[in-house]
Design a protein around this ligand. Structure first.
Ligand code: GLA
Length: 401
């Protein structure tokens, strides 16, 4: 009897132990990251101001929660105990005080490191210090860790990321674990039990579909990233997301391109991590990032990654199944010219074979909501007609009657 009771409590403990690390990212994580705009030029003033604006601008109310410091927050050497050292010049009040400040605003806090010997920008990496660094992060009370893949010669990704995932759990604090190995080792095949999101590509570049060549690598326009891998949508879902990279909305593209970028990330159920400077964010940028109807597509609780249904000339049409039998659809104009859309719903039969969902507009009628114009349109009984400017997007939610 005594043994049975002990086993019962043991199982109960193990179950609540593992439960603690589950469901940390039940919908795609939303937040802000320093890298796209500031690279390693970061400091506590920038972070505090950004946290303040996250709240005062309505970003927090829209769902943006995480403030993540990317590469460049440490000094070049560990201390004599082997601990990482937040740069005292950039963070004179100390990292813990900054994290407490961000938490006091009702936000969450993230840091960056790398599975290699050094980070991509040359700061101390975590290789060989996994458990020590995990304890360090838990002590600081962070909520999110982005973990990169530079300087990793001789180690395998699955093992390296699993070690860090185990170390984080051992340290005892639930921390969203964001894998950043650029899709090189197909993390979608193995990372579901390891982390909550994984990058599927090299770095993003603020352009529509360009390739920007560096000496040994390239960064990519958002449409290139969206179409880089054909068959990985079945691997993404609640608590384990394909991550299409931090956003470049507000970083120099046209308004139409920013809208398309955001719509695509919503259709793809990608994590939505803003990468612009909040301190001089335009009204247009804010209106894109906080468009609640678009966000409802991204945050839909089914957590299904949308897909390209078809491309006619350079009109790219994407669908995403939503809860309650609804669908989102986006029309992207990839060309340099205006496109006239005349979409006769009745001629279309949309199939999501991975999730066993389909809809035939011949038999099922939907109400249409234009989520950029915030307007109800006519139903799917009639053809949808519109004129779409170059690189612009139309996104509709089809509501089942
Ligand atoms: C890599 C990552 C980027 C960023 C930089 C930091 O390139 O993919 O997102 O974290 O490193 O050095």
């Amino acid at each position: 009897m005594k043994i049975q009771i002990n086993i019962f409590f043991c199982l109960l403990f193990l179950n609540s132990f593992s439960q603690k690390y589950r469901d940390l990212a039940i919908t795609p994580p939303m937040g802000w990251n320093t890298w796209n705009t500031f690279e390693t030029s970061i400091d506590e003033k920038l972070i505090k101001e950004t946290a303040d604006i996250m709240v005062s601008s309505g970003m927090k109310d829209a769902g943006y929660t995480y403030i993540v410091l990317d590469d460049g927050w440490m000094t070049m050497e560990r201390d004599k105990n082997g601990d990482l050292v937040p740069d005292p010049k950039k963070f004179p009040s100390g990292m813990k005080a900054l994290i407490d400040y961000v938490h006091s605003k009702g936000l969450k806090f993230g840091l960056y490191n790398c599975a290699g010997i050094k980070t991509c920008a040359g700061y101390p990496g975590t290789r060989g210090y996994e458990y020590q660094d995990a304890r360090f992060y838990a002590g600081l009370e962070i909520d999110f860790l982005k973990y990169d893949w530079c300087n990793t010669e001789g180690i395998t990704a699955k093992e390296a990321y699993t070690t860090m995932s185990d170390a984080l759990k051992k340290a005892g604090r639930p921390i969203v674990f964001s894998l950043c190995e650029w899709g090189d080792n197909q993390p979608w095949n193995w990372a579901e039990p390891v982390g909550n999101l994984w990058r599927i590509s090299g770095d993003i570049y603020p352009c529509y579909d360009c390739e920007f060549k560096h000496d040994t690598w390239s960064s990519w326009g958002f449409f290139k990233i969206a179409e880089m891998h054909k068959n990985i949508r079945q691997f993404s879902g609640p608590d384990h997301w394909n991550d299409f990279d931090m956003m470049e909305v507000g970083n120099g593209m046209t308004f139409e391109e920013d809208k398309s970028h955001f719509a695509l990330w919503c259709m793809l159920a990608s994590p939505l991590i803003a990468g612009n400077d909040f301190r001089n964010m335009s009204k247009e940028t804010l209106s894109i990032l906080t468009n609640k109807e678009l966000l409802s597509i991204n945050q839909d609780t089914l957590g299904i990654q949308g897909f390209k249904y078809r491309e006619e000339e350079e009109l790219s049409i994407w669908f995403k199944p939503l809860q309650n039998g609804n669908w989102a659809v986006s029309f992207f104009n990839k060309s340099n010219k205006e496109i006239k859309i005349d979409f006769d719903w009745k001629k279309h039969h949309v199939i999501d074979d991975i999730n066993n969902l389909e809809t035939s507009f011949n038999t099922i009628k939907y109400d249409i909501r234009d989520v950029w114009q915030h307007k109800d349109l006519k139903s799917t009984k009639e053809s949808f007609k519109a004129v779409l400017a170059s690189h612009d997007v139309i996104t509709l939610i089809l509501k089942r009657k």
